[in-house]
Design a protein around this ligand. Sequence first.
Ligand SMILES: [Zn+2]
Ligand SMILES: [Zn+2]
Length: 55
Amino acid sequence: MADAFICFQCDKEEARCLCDKYCNLCHGAHNVRLCQDGQYYCLDCREACDFHAQV
Ligand SMILES: [Zn+2]
Ligand SMILES: [Zn+2]
């Protein structure tokens, strides 16, 4: 398995992260996932910026 993405705020994996999750770009909370830079992004912003959530 590839390296797990780590939340930049709490240094935990997405499944263990208890931070408020919202998109780093548009601040929306819909369908946000942790991406490779350690920040959360919604689906629209992930597609727009070519970020990918952990599988
Ligand atoms: Zn976190
Ligand atoms: Zn967004």
